[in-house]
Design a protein around this ligand. Structure first.
Ligand code: NAP
Ligand code: MG
Length: 410
């Protein structure tokens, strides 16, 4: 890139605070370097604090690099992350790992105490399966507790099941069920602290993205457990009420079954906060209905307003093995580009750098220009309507975006 015409003549956009850059694995690592090279470095005087979260380096540092990267995100407030391998038995052999290191996303989420917001990137030629949806729907999933931290008993005979709590001052015991014969039993919990963090992240993200917030539980049936979620959301809302009113936003609570029905009838354009299980189930439904995993972005937001941007998809292993064999790949970089644009825009907003904010917007516009002209990666070919798609490989796709970006910046 050095020495090209535009590099000599164009002033690069300045940054003041570094972005925390978390590199990753496989195909997305390849795309990562290409995106920086072709779409960012020629235009932005990029400042990053770089952490290599590639599995080899995580293994070499005994995963300390993941912790360091998360702490840096906490310090600087904005991070951009590439997809990373979560090791399993097969990866232990493939990478000769010392240990089956934990999911980096899990580690980062627990250090930042954050909530994950998943939003589809929508374009006119990819129609959602639900006809009424006109705008994206963002799902916020509470990522702690409930059935994901449960304990279970397989009951084999008649007997009494009890729920018992033993505290310094509070002692409670209730009968769950008098079993007459075999059955199943489950105990789960959540904490006020975690629910409160979840609520703060949701209200912050709603204000930040200027969207209504919906929240749903089953508090008519679960009069203490789910009701506690509702109460905490109501309390936390009081802190954001004036911001919501000023921006004309709505906080809307309803029962989960009513919410499901309303979501299907809605136009979209809001955030739907879900309890852990509801979010698990609904995010797969909503993302599939919007079209493609390759067009889904993900932002981790901590209750004190730190942001980590990434793609929702993984490292696209199947494409990477083809790439290693020297075969051409048509992996979609959209979600990874949007992680960069989102992070740069957020950095610009926090640091008061309108040019950087504008660059984030224009980079996204250039992506839309490209897709709307029908230039697409292979995954999108069969889901586009009303545009004659021209399938290209990843490199050609990025080149087309670059040309549109130069036009937008001219
Ligand atoms: P994946 O990487 O999301 O890919 C699954 C399939 O979805 C791909 O084989 C491809 O389908 C399609 N796909 C996903 N992203 C695409 C893109 N950008 N462009 C085109 N097609 C795309 O999921 P996976 O294969 O289950 O997982 C691979 C690795 O990623 C695993 O090691 C897992 O631990 C990791 N992972 C990381 C994260 C994260 O860091 N946030 C999230 C999920 C998974 P076709 O093969 O049909 O083309
Ligand atoms: Mg799931």
């Amino acid at each position: 890139m050095a020495g090209t015409e535009e590099e000599k003549t164009m002033e690069k956009i300045k940054m003041t605070t570094p972005l925390v850059e978390m590199d990753g694995d496989e195909m997305t690592r390849i795309l990562w370097a290409m995106i920086k090279d072709k779409l960012i470095l020629p235009f932005v005087d990029l400042k990053t604090e770089y952490y290599d979260l590639g599995l080899l380096h995580r293994n070499e540092t005994r995963d300390q690099v993941t912790v360091d990267a998360a702490l840096a995100a906490k310090k600087y407030g904005v991070a951009v992350k590439c997809a990373t391998i979560t090791p399993n038995a097969a990866r232990m052999t493939e990478y000769s790992l010392h240990q089956m290191w934990k999911s980096p996303n899990g580690t980062i989420r627990s250090i930042l105490d954050g909530t994950v917001f998943r939003t589809p990137i929508t374009i006119p030629s990819i129609k959602p399966a639900v006809r009424s949806w006109k705008k994206p729907i963002t799902i916020a999933r509470h990522a702690y507790g409930d059935v994901y931290k449960n304990v279970e008993i397989r009951v084999e005979e008649a007997g009494t099941a009890k729920l018992v709590f033993d505290g310094a001052n509070q002692h409670e015991e209730v009968v769950i069920h008098e079993f007459q014969g075999p059955g199943v039993l489950q105990g789960m919990h959540n904490t006020d602290k975690s629910i409160r963090s979840f609520a703060h992240s949701c209200f912050k993200f709603a204000v930040d993205t200027r969207q209504d917030l919906w929240f749903s539980t089953k508090d008519t049936i679960s009069k203490k457990y789910d009701a506690r979620f509702r109460e905490i959301f109501d309390e936390v809302y009081q802190e954001y009420k004036s911001d919501f009113e000023r921006l004309g936003l709505e906080y809307f609570y309803t029962l989960i079954d009513d919410a499901v029905a309303r979501v299907i009838r809605s136009e979209g354009g809001y955030i739907w906060a879900c309890k852990n299980y509801d979010g698990d189930v609904m995010s797969d439904m909503v993302s599939t209905a919007f079209g493609s995993l390759a067009m889904m972005t993900s932002v981790l937001v901590s209750p004190d307003g730190k942001f980590e941007f990434e793609a929702a998809h993984g490292t696209v292993t199947r494409h990477y093995y083809k790439y290693l064999k020297g075969e051409e790949t048509s992996t979609n970089p959209m979600a990874t580009i949007f992680a960069w644009s989102g992070a740069l825009r957020k950095r610009g907003e926090i640091d008061g750098l309108p040019e950087l904010v504008e660059f984030g917007n224009k980079l996204e516009d250039a992506c839309f220009d490209t897709l709307n002209a029908g230039i697409v990666t292979k995954d999108l070919v069969n889901i586009m309507e009303g545009v004659e798609p021209t399938p290209v490989n990843s490199e050609q796709f990025l080149k087309a975006i670059r040309a549109n970006l130069e036009k937008r910046l001219a």
